[in-house]
Design a protein around this ligand. Sequence first.
Ligand SMILES: [Zn+2]
Length: 355
Amino acid sequence: MRRRQVLKAALALLAAGPLRSRAQQPVPIADMHSHFGMFSRREAIESGLADDMRRNRVALMAWKLVADSPWIRAGSSRIEQVRDPAPGELSKYFYRVLDLMLAYVAKHKLKVVLSSADVDACVAGDAGIVLASEGADFLEGRVENLDAAYAKGLRHLQLVHYIRTPVGDFQTVAPTHGGLSEMGKRLVEACNARGILVDLAHATGQAVDQALEIAKAPTVWSHSWVEGQGGSYRDQYGFLMRRLSVAHAKKIAAGGGVIGLWAFGLSRPSALWPVGPRDARAYAGEVVKLVSLIGADHVAFGTDIEGVGANWSLNEYSHVRSVVQHLEEMKLPASDIARVAYGNYARVLKAVLKA
Ligand SMILES: [Zn+2]
């Protein structure tokens, strides 16, 4: 009798256990654009990234190497190029930093996301790093050089950033290529063929249009914001130049793609961008707005941690976790929160990655 009762209790626990623990698990987080440990924290080797990811259940983080970092500086109103790289310098810099990133990942046993199965493993519980580059400058104008970066683990490539590039035009200076160059167009094809996610952030509207015409897989715009007709290099401030137009956001979405919202904060928030420093709640409000504009299947976090300057609204993953809580309070449906928090980035990665 007693034994049967114990058995019954055990069976009840078995039945309830997995369900209960599943319900208690926090929704995973993905970030399509992060420079965690690269600039303001300085010490990439002991930045606390791995602990922060695990503590806050970050499943996927595009860790963005800034390919043109030594050649740019923050000017008074925007980031600008300060000198021209010598031949070979861009490639050398890229692999030096990539090796530092790989050493960190290995030391802290983070998972390098290389395949579709890796994405699943991260959604199921691993902390995954998607090796990513902000700028294709390391190619030194040769699409053929992509293979070496792929072999090292690169899976997410933003085409342009802040220095003049043979790839194409970007938002913060006057265009010179008429969108993407021939090399830029071949680069989009090569990324699709290889299984590398194409990131259109920083590209001009014309370059985005051309990339979307060529692309055979979904693309992302990893970070910034969406407003009206989009930005122009003639705008007064960098954050205005970096706006993506509503029409282009919808076009990227129509191709199955995803737009990441950055954690930029304004010292004096405006009606246009009402997110101030340290204001995760206002950031969440912008997520809700973007969801209503382009749909929950096409919005993600693209924090740009350590890339958005001193007025950041989010700077670590506990802050991103608090955004999820704010979204719940704002009554965004749970299925929408799951898509924004991790599902959309996971989906595009799986659509692009081989195996
Ligand atoms: Zn950027």
